[in-house]
Design a protein around this ligand. Structure first.
Ligand code: UDP
Length: 342
């Protein structure tokens, strides 16, 4: 079975994808600078899959020589690339860091792949490449006009990929996640962002008696006034990466796919769902809108169903239950002090 390099494999979606790859009998090289990723996540995966070769290389995607050497020495045949700065708010404050890491860093990885002769690339993209939706559900034909630097950096890479393919023969699949959420149902790995900005872990923390939760705006044109999002389980996203990799390995063409459940949930509906699982209401206040938040973002994932045979297996209850189980078992996440990063 082949070896794949997972850049950012110590992070949230990355680590769940490493697990899915190991289950699909791939050997994996995790390449991560550990600024936001967790060595502990990799160690747990190594221990859980003794029959697979999961190795860890601490390195930065901006270090092209190291990426190339790692590809060459491990004989990796594909790169799955998750290593990115991912905060919309952070990208507004420090766009330089976002362009450097997400655009220059990704180009560096692709250049190293070209030099090493690695021809398959799976890229973490985002629904933030679309900007303000013009239709109730977003399919792949929806125009892409990002409204923040984060979305722009991901779109810049998406737009570069066809040109790089012409020049180098690197085929790629870009996967545009909607709201990644939930945790490994086996309880091995989960979500640990510092700071945590996402709604479901924040709601769980509030329900556990931690920091209070503010709903960012209740005057949106939605049925209860709060923003509608499409929450998709991280293990379903991981499965889509394996499907994308197999498409490329089978000689399939490059593609871009929107990955969501197709179901919109308001912030209030999420708080209700968390309250049901936890057994008590989530304490919250109503705060001002957060800059850069569209009222509604819901995926239409028919293309992924047709071309990747991908449909989500986990619904909202499973998302909240697995997230709750993870945060209850690991109140300090992976533990230890880490440098704060976005
Ligand atoms: N949200 C909120 N309070 C919070 C965190 C998030 O009201 O403490 C809202 C946010 O405005 C958005 C939704 O919850 O409408 C999901 O936000 P999240 O940051 O989880 O994901 P995003 O949609 O930004 O990718």
């Amino acid at each position: 079975m082949s070896t794949v390099l997972v850049a950012g494999g110590a992070g949230y979606v990355g680590s769940h994808t490493v697990k899915a790859l190991a289950e699909a009998a791939y050997d994996v090289v995790v390449y991560d600078n550990l600024r936001a990723g967790h060595r502990e996540a990799v160690d747990r995966l190594v221990a859980a899959f003794p029959e697979r070769r999961i190795t860890f290389v601490q390195g930065d995607i901006l270090d092209g020589t190291r990426v190339r050497e790692t590809l060459e020495t491990t004989g990796a045949s594909a790169v799955l690339h998750f290593a990115a700065l991912l905060s919309v708010v952070g990208s507004v404050h420090d766009p330089f860091a976002y362009y450097r890491n997400n655009v220059v860093g990704t180009m560096t990885v692709l250049e190293a792949m070209a030099a090493a002769g690695v021809k398959h690339f799976v890229f973490s993209s985002t629904c933030a490449t679309f900007g303000e939706p013009r239709t109730p559900a977003l399919d792949e034909s929806h125009p892409q006009h990002p409204i923040n630097a984060y979305g722009e950096t991901k779109l810049a890479v998406e737009r570069a990929l066809p040109h790089l393919e012409t020049a180098t023969g690197i085929r790629s699949v870009a996967l545009r996640y909607f709201n990644a959420s939930g945790a490994d149902p086996d309880g091995l790995i989960g979500e640990d962002h510092r700071p945590e900005e996402h709604l479901i872990p924040r709601a769980i923390a509030a329900a556990r008696g931690g920091e209070g939760l503010a709903i960012f705006g209740d005057d949106y044109p939605t049925h209860d006034g709060t923003c509608v999002r499409d929450y998709v389980h991280v293990c379903d996203l991981a499965a889509a990466h394996v499907a994308a990799l197999r498409r490329l390995e089978a000689g399939g063409p490059s593609g871009r796919f929107n990955l969501g459940s197709g179901t919109g949930m308001t912030v209030r509906q999420i708080l209700d769902a968390v309250g049901r699982v936890v057994g008590r209401p989530v304490p919250h206040t109503i705060g001002p809108r957060r800059a850069g938040d569209p009222a509604r973002l819901v995926a239409s994932s028919g293309l992924a169903a047709r071309e990747l045979q991908w449909t989500p297996r986990f619904g909202l209850d499973a998302i909240v239950q697995t997230a709750w189980a993870w945060h209850t078992a690991h109140p300090d996440g992976y533990g230890g002090a880490k440098p704060v990063d976005s």
